[in-house]
Design a protein around this ligand. Structure first.
Ligand code: ATP
Ligand code: MG
Ligand code: MG
Ligand code: MG
Length: 468
């Protein structure tokens, strides 16, 4: 079986042979982009090369980029455990041209790699193009894709923008049909969100520049940005539609089953998926210097951890579980990402400490949640106040409560949650403005400490979105 590690090498070697510089993944925390929470695509580290602000001694590059999509505009947290194709952490394989080759070569390289080197059955592939992009349409026709499998799409799914202004352009996406035993329809159809037709590769043609006054002009420097999910192409090459069947994910799920003495398949399976996924995102974030905290990036990390810990609890794990899976992760991915091994002790300790702390309130919080739900009418939403109490007293991030309720077909009254949060903040302020002396400042700190997390609502103004 071709492992994910082999597939990553095949991809990088292929583009290396086509004159691309093989560039290592950048860390998950963007170096010089405070508006972006985590790196969420391969192009982020090359942003300045696309805009022409920076030049390097290469004009084509290839990478396998660590990506996290668990907050901000690209948030796949709620998809984990529910779709076969989404992770919070994944690797994006990409090739990039900075004013060098353009549409024709980008399409030919992608087609050659997947149909010749990877040997994927052409008859199961379809592609989308932006509805006005006749050039891309004609190139696909020339490489041999039948016209009924070149689908014109008019939505923003096939038009990429770096931000509200700056480079932009149409894109083309390659889909694989895993067969009618899986629910879903071709791109552009109402059932496209199913897992039957899975998008494996997205190729962006940067050909225009968008200005603030609404005008759009052709760029002098035309560039290419592509992204293919390693786990998606891996699943396909390993004979499945499901990312969680790949060798790496399977090994982590097996470690989870083993450590919790539970079955891998059946009802428990979804818990192992979430745990395996969240183990990767949390470990890689810690390795890149993020620590759990009550705001910003650290709170996103804490939310992911706690979410995983609830699933560990549902498996019946009596002791902290996540930290015991770290060796499996390092053995799967430590060779490709040396930072994992280097940070192994820190990852282990951080996971252990967080889980020990959270377990003290998790049990009680879940009991309270059960009681609240027992009093609700069939299908009714959980009142915002109850969700706020879980958040405030038991340290349940809102999305954890939502995840728990979703299994029962319920949601949270988020407006009520926001109101309860606002009321509490107002109370805290009132307590603080009581008098002006220093003793009161300590009360304020106590209040802040006791009330814990401020919900992180995400960065509104992400500018580097990568392929979309
Ligand atoms: P989808 O429509 O399936 O959510 P996307 O269009 O959001 O995917 P892109 O932003 O185009 O994805 O990212 C480029 C590639 O990265 C995708 O074609 C896919 O192979 C992979 N990818 C994107 N999101 C994820 C994810 N959450 N987990 C795993 N792979 C992903
Ligand atoms: Mg997506
Ligand atoms: Mg898509
Ligand atoms: Mg896409």
């Amino acid at each position: 079986m071709t492992s994910l590690n082999d597939i990553r090498s095949t991809f990088l070697d292929y583009f290396g042979r086509q004159g691309h510089e093989i560039v290592p993944s950048s860390p998950l925390v963007p170096r010089n982009d405070p508006t972006l929470m985590f790196v969420n695509s391969g192009m982020v580290q090359f942003k300045n090369l696309f805009t022409g602000v920076e030049r390097r001694d290469y004009v084509r590059a290839t990478s396998s980029q660590k990506c996290v999509r668990a907050g901000g505009k690209h948030n796949d947290l709620d998809n984990v455990g529910y779709t076969a194709r989404h992770h919070t952490f994944f690797e994006m394989l990409g090739n990039f041209s900075f004013g060098d080759y353009f549409k024709e070569d980008a399409i030919r390289y992608a087609w050659e790699l997947i149909t010749r080197d990877f040997g994927i059955d052409k008859n199961r592939l379809s592609v989308t193009v932006y509805h006005t992009d006749d050039e891309a349409y004609d190139i696909w026709k020339k490489v041999g894709v039948p016209e009924d499998r070149i689908i014109r799409i008019a939505t923003s799914d096939n038009f990429w923008q770096m931000g509200p202004t700056g480079p932009c352009g149409p894109c083309t996406e390659i889909f694989y049909d895993h067969g009618d035993h899986i629910w879903g329809g071709p791109p552009g159809s109402p059932e496209e969100d199913g897992d039957r037709f899975i998008e494996i590769w997205n190729i962006v043609f940067m050909q225009n520049e968008q200005f603030a006054d609404g005008s759009m002009v052709p760029l002098d420097m035309q560039s290419i940005d592509t992204g293919m999910g390693l786990e998606r192409i891996g699943a396909l090459l390993q004979g499945s539609h499901d990312n969680y069947d790949t060798d790496t994910m399977r090994a982590l799920m097996e470690a989870s089953a083993h450590a919790s003495s539970t079955d891998l398949d059946g009802d428990q399976n979804v818990h192992h998926r979430v745990i395996a996924d969240h183990l990767r995102s949390t470990s890689f974030l810690i390795a890149d210097g993020v620590m759990p905290s009550n705001d910003g990036r650290g709170y996103v990390l804490r939310r992911i951890m706690r979410r995983a810990m609830r699933h560990a609890h549902l498996l019946g794990a009596k002791d902290p579980l996540m930290y015991r899976l770290v060796p499996a992760l390092v053995s799967q991915m430590g060779q490709a990402y040396a930072e994992l091994g280097q940070a192994q002790a820190l990852i282990t300790e951080t996971l252990k400490l967080e889980e020990e702390r959270f377990r003290t309130t998790l049990d009680r919080g879940l009991k309270l949640l059960d009681e609240e739900v027992a009093g609700l009418a069939e299908g009714a939403n959980l009142p915002g106040e109850a969700a706020f109490k879980l958040y405030d007293t038991y340290g349940f991030p809102l999305d954890l409560t939502q995840d728990a309720l979703r299994e029962q077909g319920r949601a949270v009254d988020t407006e009520g949650f926001d109101t309860a949060m606002a009321e509490q903040k107002a109370k805290a302020r009132a307590a603080w403005s009581g008098s002006g002396d220093a003793a009161d400042a300590t009360i304020w700190f106590d209040v802040a400490e006791k009330n814990g997390a401020t919900e992180f609502l995400g960065y509104d103004t992400e500018v580097a979105e990568g392929v979309v």
